[in-house]
Design a protein around this ligand. Sequence first.
Ligand SMILES: [Zn+2]
Length: 322
Amino acid sequence: MKPASGCFGKPPRSDPCPDRNRGVATDSRDLRTAAMAWLDERPHERVDFAWLSTFEFDGLRVPLMDRQRGIRKPAGMDAALAIRTTFTPPGQTPPYADAIGPDGLQRYKYRGDDPSHPENVALRRAWQMKLPIMWFVGVEPGLYEPLYPVWVIGDSPQNLEFTLALDAAQRHFDATSVDLDEDYRSYMERLTKIRLHQRVFRTQVLLAYESHCAVCNLAHESLLDAAHIIADGQPDGLPVVPNGLAMCKIHHAAFDNRILGIRPDDLTLHIRQDILEEIDGPMLRHGLQEMHDRRLMRIPRSHAARPDQVRLEERYQEFLSA
Ligand SMILES: [Zn+2]
């Protein structure tokens, strides 16, 4: 049921909102659905505060992000509508990177250390009312990757954090179950990495390389990946920009399959000998053989975002041993 106009602003003297007395569970669901449908139609992949401030519902403007606070709860609503994580510069570990719980699910830290702080109360309400929220993760100063719908599915005042489900498959997972099946746990962790870590990593790497393949300069975002220099799951394999390279699908696969290596000292490309000797069509010739001994065509402008030398060296030694 849609609320009458005015439900999310200051309560009027005579209350025109029949839903108000029953709480906002019913009406804020419509608003959430509308906000997520609006995000689906966004003009750009990444969003900023100014654009998020233009959302309207039933003729009222309801900004989806709070400039000052990490947890967004519009006036008149009980429960949080959205959360935000600010941008972490390249090379620094983002706060969420260390926040996968032992159950494989993502954690979100409280605002401050008071469980009864109004922002924490609002996010707890979203959990109690089983309401979906949106999560805006900073990928550049002032630019956010929107993740939605996200659900709060647990609350730990001891650890000052909430547990989030980033995928419908995580939503009904019983995080308190004592005998946690290892296969299920690793499945949960894989979903968390796909939905958050890999997605934000890809966005940050593509932004750093201005959506070009580092090897051949191809500029079609749909054909580009963020390749890890050190694979995810290894000690140095963090989803941070200096551990990444923007590459087209072919060069990414060639890099992962040790057909293509990068010399760390001068960033020149090295194509494996047997591939150089092969005779085949234009993809082999132009796409791979002609890349041999050329320098990377694209590196980030920002020094902090460039590929990390130590990681490149480790990866190049692996390539040489293939
Ligand atoms: Zn390429």
